[in-house]
Design a protein around this ligand. Structure first.
Ligand SMILES: Cc1cc2nc3c(=O)[nH]c(=O)nc-3n(C[C@H](O)[C@H](O)[C@H](O)COP(=O)(O)OP(=O)(O)OC[C@H]3O[C@@H](n4cnc5c(N)ncnc54)[C@H](O)[C@@H]3O)c2cc1C
Length: 465
């Protein structure tokens, strides 16, 4: 049996682990265009900021592949798929046959059309190569424009700011972190940026990168006509499933590769996992890409087990984010952007205390917690996520969800009628959130590398128990 895995990141690693649990004799071949072992993509901005040394970037070392008898073809990509012949086409035209194939090629940065975008000085920020290219310019860059105020844009902006570069963020929508924050919380984020001395422009977009006669970047022009001088541009407006190489193969694709709950695609013996796919969103009740490390890992485990003849099912996931920038911490999940009083089908509970720096929001629909948003004090993230997972009826205690009661009181309210726990400490509170997670999800979290736990504040709250 030959397993071919296209991609060499977290979904691929999880699949390798799962295959070897069931099949220690089959041949595993990994196709890796990047010339390095799997690494912790979420850490690249922290590395640029000088907070994470290079030796902590690898997620797996060569020994991981050696110990599992995995052959990695470095420097080549999957460029085509011939399912009727059971083979993939690699860079240079070489064909490689498979018995079972896993597509784990992740997502590609989306570069919107802008005049002058091609050429030096303009980079996305999703790989070690991008990070190294930016780092090489830092000695010459005094001003940088970051296009996009999403997670990656904000993290990149913070890293550049910490390296002494003057940063201006340009966001098309009228909010910072528009897929996570609502109107009120975005104002908090804006104040944080102002205090840190980071410029931002909302509701505008870059239409042209202006270059000097030598081709170097000298600034950007916005749709409004404003010119912002800069020597470098980071484009962070989002990523798209990397489906290009699958064109013409007949595989079912919408935005991402469509998979069933076994992570199997529409093609026989071809599975897919991670940022490449559209899998089930537990909250929306529909398939869509949710591009997060923990979900990629879990999908990879399930795909790997099923490639090797297992019968594992993916129950679904939902977006959970944690990000901290300039000392501002955000933890969110699910429908966090729903505005109070706008949509009848949701009740939005908010507790806000500007002086203490506390903002808590819970979005309840059909008596279930459908989303939350926490600023600065993110200690309830574990329990909120557990409530979303468990689909527990929160109506008897929904007010206690956001109110400024002690942790112990909140837990007592939440657990009324459940098994008694002692909630004397933050640790107990987190354990409660943990207990509500399904076992399969817990297993995933314990498999997370500790360095990611350290960085992703919310995840560490869930993982360290
Ligand atoms: C800066 C940054 C910060 C992030 N922060 C967080 C965070 O805090 N929390 C979180 O949950 N998630 C975060 N993410 C998202 C997370 O990194 C991804 O969800 C996760 O890496 C997806 O894993 P994956 O295995 O699907 O693919 P990827 O990690 O995208 O890797 C894709 C793999 O496929 C390879 N490949 C590409 N094209 C081909 C091809 N044609 N043939 C073969 N191989 C190919 C690539 O070289 C790579 O090995 C962040 C991402 C970035 C970029």
């Amino acid at each position: 049996m030959r397993y071919v895995i296209a991609g060499n990141s977290v979904a691929a690693v999880a699949a390798i682990e799962a295959i070897r649990r069931r099949d220690d004799g089959g041949e595993i071949v990994v196709i890796s265009p990047e010339p390095r072992t799997a690494y912790c993509r979420p850490l690249i901005t922290y590395h640029l900021a000088g907070q994470v040394p290079s030796e902590r970037l690898p997620y797996k070392q060569e020994g991981f592949y050696r110990a599992r008898d995995v052959r990695v073809i470095y420097g080549k990509a999957l460029e085509g798929l011939e399912p009727e012949k059971g083979r993939v086409v690699l860079t240079g035209g070489e064909r490689l046959e498979y018995d079972r194939l896993l597509l784990a090629m992740g997502a590609r940065p989306f570069i919107p059309p802008m005049d002058g975008v091609e050429g030096p000085g303009v980079y996305p920020f999703t790989s070690i190569d991008h990070m190294e290219a930016v780092e090489a310019h830092l000695k010459d860059w005094r001003e940088v424009v970051v296009v996009g105020a999403g997670m990656i844009g904000m993290k990149a902006a913070e890293a550049l700011h910490s390296r002494g570069v003057r940063v201006t963020i340009v966001e098309l929508l009228d909010k910072i972190l528009p897929v996570v924050l609502d109107n009120a919380s975005s104002l908090w984020a804006q104040e944080t940026l102002e205090k840190a001395g980071v410029e931002y422009v909302l509701g505008d977009s870059v239409v042209a990168v202006e270059r000097d006669p030598q081709g170097g970047v000298r600034g950007v022009t916005l749709k409004s006509g404003t010119f912002i001088p800069c020597q470098g541009v980071i484009v962070a407006v989002g990523v798209r499933p990397n489906v290009g190489p699958l064109e013409g193969s007949g595989i079912e694709v919408n935005k991402g590769v469509i998979v069933d709950d076994r992570m199997e695609t529409s093609l026989e013996n071809v599975f897919a996992a991670g940022d490449l796919v559209e899998a089930y969103d537990l909250i929306l009740g529909a398939k869509r890409p949710i591009q997060l490390w923990p979900l990629a890992y879990r999908q990879g485990l399930i795909a790997g087990a099923n490639l090797a003849g297992g019968r594992k099912r993916y129950v679904g996931g939902f977006p959970i984010n944690s990000v901290g920038f300039f000392g501002f911490k955000v933890a969110s999940a699910g429908l966090s952007t729903v505005e109070p009083g706008v949509e009848e089908s949701f009740e939005v509970l908010v507790y806000e205390d500007r002086e203490k720096g506390i903002f808590r929001k819970a979005v309840v629909g059909n008596n279930r917690l459908m989303g939350f948003l926490l600023l600065n004090d993110t200690s309830r993230a574990g329990i909120y996520s557990g409530l979303i997972w468990s689909r527990m009826d929160v109506s008897p205690f929904k007010d206690a969800l956001v109110e400024e009661v002690s942790l112990a009181e909140a837990c007592r309210a939440v657990t009324r009628g459940m098994e008694p726990w002692s909630f004397d400490s933050m640790r107990d509170f987190r354990r409660m959130g943990w207990a509500l997670f399904p076992r399969s999800y817990r297993k995933h979290f314990t498999a997370m590398p500790s360095r990611i736990e350290e960085v992703c504040a919310f995840e560490s709250e869930v993982c360290t128990i």
